[in-house]
Design a protein around this ligand. Structure first.
Ligand code: BEZ
Length: 312
């Protein structure tokens, strides 16, 4: 099946008449009928009720029509975006990131990068840490900001800082009364919500292995796809959740307690292709050092690992 056939089907579905559709498409009616028949043969189902006047769509035909409109719309978007990049002088820079970094320094860093490099066409795409290396190697992203250390000869990584972990608790939870740091062992016997469930290894594994290292066994572990869902479930008193400190500003109705262990941290890691000559990593390093020297609330309870020095 090809895009031309989708266009033909859309014309028939909209005109409800083969003659008018053929005129609109500037083709003869027999080839148009043949193409529609070919689609139906490929799908093994009827899309049109030809005996009615005007022609009607079957249920499958209606579904196919809606989907065909979406596919062609998407193709138009793709062509337009490609043309725009091709015709502009701007270099496309695609940044993959994990959602929790939106509560840390990512928005400010991107704003400052836009100011310093207006020639860059910066796009942001959410990609779990575990998927970033493949996306970098395939050239679908140019930089990845994630939380999982992984070794790959083609990828350089720079650990920017380590964030202390906090436990998100429902307000009425017995551990929520005391605002002070919470020992990890207090999580023994708790219902634990972790995220993301895929791809593995993920932040969920970091949390689970941290608990295992300290011999802490939760009563149950519930894996969910993302941070917002995990915190929503904590609000619904499904369990408690360990999150990076900066994400603790997300839901005001929860209580957040710092884990009383300076080694209970999650890194923020910048990854990029080793061979990428055009990567603005040197500038990012400069912008980050500047940001880390400023008093931002999301920097509380974290250790900055990024150092000045030679450009990569
Ligand atoms: C940060 O929170 O430190 C950070 C997050 C994403 C990109 C750069 C820095």
């Amino acid at each position: 099946m090809d895009l031309r056939q989708l266009r033909y089907f859309i014309a028939v579905a909209q005109e409800r008449n083969f003659t008018r559709a053929a005129e609109r498409l500037h083709i003869a009616q027999p080839p148009l009928s043949r193409q529609i028949q070919q689609i139906e043969e490929e799908l093994g189902t009827h899309l049109l009720v030809r005996s009615s006047r005007p022609i009607r769509l079957t249920d499958a035909g209606r579904l196919f029509y809606e989907e065909a409109l979406q596919v062609l719309g998407r193709v138009e978007q793709m062509k337009e975006a490609t043309r725009r990049v091709g015709h502009s002088e701007r270099q496309l820079l695609t940044i993959g990131f994990v959602a929790s970094l939106l509560y840390g320094g990512l928005p400010l860093l991107v704003r400052r990068l836009r100011q310093r490099r207006p020639d860059l066409d910066i796009r942001l795409v959410e990609i779990m840490s575990g998927g970033q290396n493949e996306e970098l190697k395939a050239g679908r992203i140019d930089l990845g900001f994630g939380r999982i250390r992984s070794d790959d000869d083609a990828i350089e990584r720079l650990v920017l800082r380590e964030e202390r972990l906090v436990v998100a608790l429902p307000t009425d939870h017995p551990l929520a009364g005391d605002p002070g740091p919470l020992p990890l062992t207090a999580l023994a016997g708790e219902h634990l919500v972790v995220y993301p469930s895929r791809p593995r290894p993920s932040f969920a594994d970091q949390v689970l292995s941290l608990l295992r290292d300290h011999g802490v066994r939760p009563l149950s572990v519930y894996e969910v796809s993302e941070l917002q869902i995990a915190l929503g479930l904590v609000a619904a008193e499904t369990g408690v959740c360990v999150i990076p400190g900066s994400a603790g500003s997300m839901r005001q109705e929860l209580r957040y307690r710092l884990i009383d262990d300076p080694h209970a941290t999650s890194p923020i890691i910048l990854s990029y292709r080793r061979s990428d000559e055009t990567s603005p990593v040197a500038l990012l390093r400069q912008l980050l050092l500047q940001m880390y020297a400023e008093p931002h609330p999301w920097l509380a309870n974290s250790y900055t690992l990024l150092e000045g020095g030679a450009d990569p």
